[in-house]
Write a protein that binds this ligand. Structure first.
Ligand code: UD1
Length: 338
């Protein structure tokens, strides 16, 4: 079986990717420092797949720990690198925390892994800023990052591109995610937000379950059909499958170099549409109010996903309804189990 290292494999997207790798016949090896994840997820993965994946608790920002990992795990067929800090607001207040962690771990891995090991990097549609035209495609210009977090994604893409230019035998793909939401259909894994969620869907589910009193819609005076912002929400299971597709694409004999793909559904929904759909599919009423705009928010973004469908034969399958019903099932499961 082909061994794939999944850094951040106990996190939200990482854990779902571990499940999809297993069902595609790969042997995922999880590396996680547990800084933003729970060891309990390992048990949950066992419940879903019937197997317990190998796990190493390591801090990849230390070169010695990366060396230790590579001593323990030989014959690696690929690496999917999720491990990174991702809170936009925190990154503004603590930029060095973000630059140190996100860059050191990326550089240590690239430095010590063989050039022949295919590498998948978690990037974000945040690199597009407010796009000039929609749907935004991979060839759109990358805008000045709004935060140190966004900058770590942009600069990481540059690092990868420079490395592949110098070493053309490398195989590297950056996936630019749109807005990941939803949870596994078993409701055994999902997003585990620490503290007050900054993202829309976890805030919705926490409000619905009574952990938060009220959701605030950040602005209803944007130039959209109902005045609230538009995003391309993608089910985390579809997103996880995109990582398997990227690994498989790099296994093709004629693939080499660096490429970048949008990973979204290609459809945009407003915040109010998300709220209404959540209420409808789960048959409940959400307590929300309209508030002021949030600083730095993009008005409208959704992706052109033709390239991933054409080249990697990957397409999102799950609809907004499934995203929001699975998020709710997971919130209820978490209440009793986490
Ligand atoms: C945010 C980050 C982005 C990051 C992404 C990761 C910002 C400005 N952007 O994107 O860099 O890559 O998360 O998932 O933080 N909303 C509300 N009320 C809430 C929360 C959100 O109305 O309580 C709205 C937002 O204004 C936005 C939409 O919901 O229109 C989605 O917000 P969010 O989930 O935070 O994602 P992004 O802003 O797209």
């Amino acid at each position: 079986m082909k061994k794939i290292i999944v850094t951040g494999g106990l996190g939200y997207i990482g854990s779902h990717t571990v499940v999809e790798l297993m069902s595609a016949g790969y042997e995922p090896v999880i590396v996680d420092d547990l800084s933003n994840s729970s060891i309990k997820i390992l048990k949950q993965l066992q419940k879903i797949t019937g197997k317990t994946p190998a796990f190493h608790q390591l801090d990849l920002s230390s070169p010695d720990q990366v060396a230790k990992l590579l001593l323990l795990e030989k014959s690696i067929s690929g690496i999917i690198h999720f491990a990174a800090f991702k809170a936009v607001g925190e990154s503004v207040g603590r930029p060095l925390k973000y630059y140190k962690n996100n860059f050191y771990s990326l550089i240590n891995l690239l430095d010590q892994l063989g050039a022949e090991v295919p590498f998948v990097f978690s990037s974000s549609c945040t690199v597009y800023g407010e796009p000039d035209s929609l749907p935004v495609s991979e060839s759109a210009i990358v805008k000045q990052a709004e935060s140190p977090y966004g900058n770590t994604k942009q600069v990481a893409e540059e690092i990868l591109k420079d490395l592949v230019a110098a070493e053309p035998e490398r195989k590297v793909i950056a996936l630019r995610y749109f807005n990941p939401v939803g949870a596994h259909h078993t409701a055994l894994i999902g997003e585990l937000p620490i503290g007050v969620p900054q993202n829309l869907v976890p805030f919705i589910t926490q409000t619905a379950i009574g952990k938060r009193e009220q959701l605030t819609v950040f602005g209803n005076d944007y130039h959209t059909k109902d005045g609230s912002c538009i995003r391309d929400y993608i089910h985390v299971v579809d997103l996880a499958k995109a990582h398997v597709a990227a690994i498989q694409y790099m296994e093709l004999p004629d693939f080499n170099g660096y490429d970048v793909f949008n990973i979204g559904t290609g459809k945009g929904y407003t915040v109010l549409e998300v709220i209404n759909t959540f209420e409808e599919v789960n048959n409940l009423i959400l307590n929300y109010q309209i508030g002021p705009r949030r600083n730095g928010d993009i008005e409208r973004i959704w992706g052109n996903v033709d390239k991933s469908s054409k080249l990697m034969a990957w397409e999102a399958e799950l609809q907004l309804e499934t995203m929001l019903s699975s998020s709710w099932q997971w919130e209820k499961y978490m209440k009793d189990n986490f």
